[in-house]
Write a protein that binds this ligand. Structure first.
Ligand code: SF4
Length: 367
C-alpha cells in the first residue's frame, strides 16, 4: 500500500504533514502514534525526520566508560547495579585504579571518557576533582562527560554547598559535559514507586538547566518499559522538550529500555522489540528540538540497535570498553566494540558511519 494511503488509513496524515513541515506535535498526536497498530508506519515518519536532519549519516564515538562505584544510598527499586557498603560485589575504585583503567587504553584514540557511578555516602568532592584532574593530565584532548544531575545533587548535599558550586569546581578540574542518566520517568507517582529516594524529576531538570546556564552541555534520557504508562512517556518527553526550549543544552537523548533482571521490580514483562522501536520512533518525533537520538547498543542489543537506526536514532554510541550498569541488569550485549565493528554495523544497514566526539562534533580523520 502506498505510504500516503497507509497514513490516511491510520489517521496519521495530519501528523505526517506536521512532521514534514517541522511543526511541533502535541501530546495527543504522540498518543495517536503510540496507538497506531502499524509500527513500521510510525518508524517511517521517524526515519523521515531523522534523515531530514542527518541524512544517512550515523555517528559513533571512540569512548571509554568508567563506573567508579556501585555503592549507592538511593537503592532505586529498578536498579540492578547498586550495592550497600560492605555487601558482596560492592566496589569503589581508588584514584590509582581509575588511573590504571585510563592508562590501559592509552593506545586507543579515544575522544570521550564517560564516568558515572552510585551516590556513595563517603566520597567527598575532592575525590571527584582529583579523578578528573588525573584523567585530564593523562588525556588532555578527550571530552570528559561525567556525572548525572542525581550525582551532582548528592555531591552538593554531602559537601553542604550548592550544585552550582559543585559544577564550577568540577569544571575547573576538567569536566566538559554531563551525562544524562537519572531522569528515569518524571511522573511523580511512578517515581515514588521505582526510585523514591532519588531527586524529583523537577530537580533533575533544574540541575540540567543549571549546567546549561554555566555553558556545560548535557545529555538526557528516559527509562521506559517498567510501571509507566504511555502518557507518562509522552509527558516526560514534553518536559524535556520544554527544558530544551528554555536552556538549549541537551545534545543527545538516550531512550533506555528497562532491563528486567536482578532488581526489586518483579513481575514485569519486557517490552517486545517492536514496542521498543515504536517508543524510540515517537521520541524522535516528539523531541523536535534535541538533535541527536542515541541507539544505545548496550541496552538494546546489537541487532535491535541497528534496527533503531531506522526508527529515528542517528547515533550508535561507542566502543564503551567496560560497562557494568546495564550488564548487571541482564543486558547480554558485549562489553566492547571496536571502531571496525561499529562501522561495519552502520554500513551493514546501508548507512554512513561518521566519527564524533562527546559533544557530537565530527572528528577529524574519522569516516
Ligand atoms: S539507579 Fe543510580 S541512583 Fe538509583 S540506586 Fe542505581 S546507582 Fe543509585
Amino acid at each position: 500500500m502506498p505510504l500516503h494511503q497507509a497514513l490516511r488509513q491510520h489517521n496519521l496524515s495530519t501528523i505526517a504533514d506536521k512532521v514534514r513541515a517541522g511543526e511541533r506535535l502535541t501530546l495527543d498526536e504522540g498518543q495517536a502514534l503510540f496507538d497506531c497498530p502499524d509500527p513500521v508506519l510510525v518508524g517511517a515518519l521517524a526515519h523521515a525526520a531523522r534523515t531530514e536532519r542527518h541524512g544517512l549519516g550515523t555517528s559513533y564515538v571512540l569512548n571509554q566508560q568508567i563506573n567508579y562505584t556501585n555503592i549507592c544510598v538511593n537503592q532505586c527499586r529498578f536498579c540492578s547495579y547498586y550495592r550497600k557498603q560492605g555487601q558482596e560485589q560492592a566496589f569503589e575504585l581508588s584514584l590509582e585504579e581509575i588511573k590504571e583503567k585510563i592508562m590501559a587504553q592509552s593506545d586507543m584514540p579515544l575522544t570521550e571518557i564517560h564516568i558515572v557511578g552510585g551516590c556513595h555516602p563517603g566520597l567527598g568532592l575532592d575525590y571527584y576533582e582529583a579523578a578528573l584532574s588525573t584523567i585530564r593530565a593523562l588525556r588532555p584532548d578527550v571530552i570528559l562527560k561525567c556525572f548525572t544531575p542525581v550525582e551532582i545533587e548528592h555531591f552538593a548535599n554531602l559537601e553542604g554547598i550548592s550544585p552550582r558550586e559543585v559544577l564550577l569546581r568540577l569544571r575547573q578540574s576538567g569536566l566538559d559535559m554531563m551525562a544524562g542518566g537519572g531522569a528515569e520517568i518524571f511522573a511523580p507517582d511512578v517515581r515514588r514507586r521505582i526510585c523514591p529516594e532519588k531527586i524529583s524529576g523537577q530537580r533533575w531538570l533544574e540541575i540540567s538547566g543549571l549546567a546549561h546556564s554555566l555553558g556545560l552541555k548535557t545529555n538526557c534520557t528516559m527509562l521506559f518499559g517498567h510501571l509507566e504508562t504511555v502518557r507518562d512517556r509522552l509527558e516526560h518527553l514534553e518536559l524535556l522538550r520544554t527544558q530544551q526550549d528554555q536552556t538549549g543544552g541537551f545534545v543527545c537523548f538516550i531512550p533506555l529500555p528497562f532491563q528486567t533482571k536482578n532488581n526489586q521490580l518483579t513481575g514485569i514483562t519486557s517490552l517486545t522489540g517492536i514496542e521498543e522501536l515504536k517508543t524510540i520512533a515517537v521520541c524522535r518525533l516528539m523531541l523536535d528540538n534535541i538533535p541527536n537520538i542515541k541507539s544505545y547498543w548496550v541496552m538494546l542489543g546489537l541487532k535491535q540497535a541497528q534496527a533503531a537506526l531506522f526508527f529515528g536514532a542517528n547515533d550508535l554510541d561507542g566502543t564503551v570498553v567496560e560497562e557494568k550498569i546495564g550488564h548487571m541488569a541482564g543486558a547480554d550485549s558485549p562489553q566492547v566494540l571496536t571502531r571496525k565493528e561499529l562501522e561495519d554495523m552502520i554500513r551493514g544497514c546501508g548507512l554512513i558511519p561518521q566519527e564524533r566526539n562527546g559533544l557530537f562534533s565530527p572528528v577529524q580523520g574519522g569516516q
